[in-house]
Design a protein around this ligand. Sequence first.
Ligand SMILES: CC(C)(COP(=O)(O)OP(=O)(O)OC[C@H]1O[C@@H](n2cnc3c(N)ncnc32)[C@H](O)[C@@H]1OP(=O)(O)O)[C@@H](O)C(=O)NCCC(=O)NCCS
Length: 434
Amino acid sequence: MADKGTGSGSDKGNPNGDSNENPVSDYRNTLENLVQQFQNSNPMGQQHKFWETQPVGQFKDVGNASVPEGSIEEPTPISEVKQEPYNLPSSYEWTVCDMNLDEVCAEVYTLLTNNYVEDDDHMFRFNYSKEFLRWALCSPGFFSNWHIGVRVKGSGKLVAFISGIPVKMRVRDQVFKMAEVNFLCVHKKLRSKRLAPVMIKEVTRRIHLENIWHAAYTAGVLLPTPMSTCQYWHRTLNPKKLIDVGFSRLGDRMTMSRAIKLYKLPTSTASSGLRKMERRDVPAIALLLRNYLSRYDVAPDFDEEEVEHWLLPRDNVVDCYLVESPETHEVTDFFSFYTLPSSILHNPNYSTLRAAYTFYYVSTKTPLLQLINDALIIAKLNDYDVFNALDVMENEAFLKELKFGPGDGQLFYYLYNYRFRQALKPSELGLVLL
Ligand SMILES: CC(C)(COP(=O)(O)OP(=O)(O)OC[C@H]1O[C@@H](n2cnc3c(N)ncnc32)[C@H](O)[C@@H]1OP(=O)(O)O)[C@@H](O)C(=O)NCCC(=O)NCCS
């Protein structure tokens, strides 16, 4: 479905959920191949007029093992950072979107609901809720002036948005203060006018003013140059609806009743001691997660305040369940997922697809398959239609077994001002961006 490559996309490529025939590697082109295909289709002149001017890995260096790995540009003194905002076309002006004001939050919500990421066939569009946007943007230490809008002068209409939040990110052995940049959106009527590069430069300028020189972001489009190329997988929970709305289709040898049987889940979870996370669990969850994420090449460096913010359950935004040993009361495992519905465009019967997205998890005692199957059961009991997961972290270990099917489209992960010698495998990433 709406595919930020991002899994707003459909699993049309997986008509019957029998993904066993489709090894993960078949679905992922190597970065070299993707770049080659791109360059073949653009043989002339500059191919990324904007991105070729930015401190990011460039396509010409892909496969060249002699380019050094690491930061591309050194920090400059803050006094040398441009102090005034970039110029916008004369009928537009910058605005700071204070997400704590209901009316401003509603304006951002409306812009995104009508103009944000769609799948290639324009059947689905991400529909981040207002509570979700507030959660995603007002994280510990956030800067309100990194929540940047563009308004039409006179009418005041909000027509574009981009945001950053501060994070600590470990890349191999080094922890960087970074920004996570997300929710770049230009109103449909203003597309292809080179507004996006101005917005990206403006958020970058404001990030530099906080003495932060790196950023992480994802996109469904290929830009110079991904650190990794990931794919969404979808686990059908409500086959009838997914087929009715065109998210999935029945394969040749599949009937609706067989599909319903195939995706049926137990009505109760299997892990004893499974319960919703509470505030008192923050230290234990933080310890588990920090330890777990240390095995990945790129992963956030969460402190307890961030674990509380990102994982403590919030209705219709994020959920987190843990396993507490009935004997020792030790917290040994947890899983979390976030709620990101998509609008179903042009369907007479349905307007919303209820999707859960795998977030962070740790399994130390409970087998991972059982833990994630419990997540599916809880999602089903809570009326989600589909459960999505990327192939990052250890996800490949459960995707096929738990009847996830590969989606169409890819999600590219990027770092700004950091170059890798070689692209990372999704399984080397311990990072999930919203
Ligand atoms: C993404 C979006 C803001 C781009 O705006 P646009 O009007 O299509 O493009 P513009 O003419 O303003 O700018 C084009 C430049 O932006 C770059 N660009 C396009 N999408 C981008 C993205 N998602 N992230 C970063 N840069 C992007 C293009 O590569 C191009 O730069 P280049 O010449 O170096 O290649 C707009 O298409 C949009 O709102 N789409 C729906 C929401 C969406 O997909 N958001 C991004 C989610 S990751």
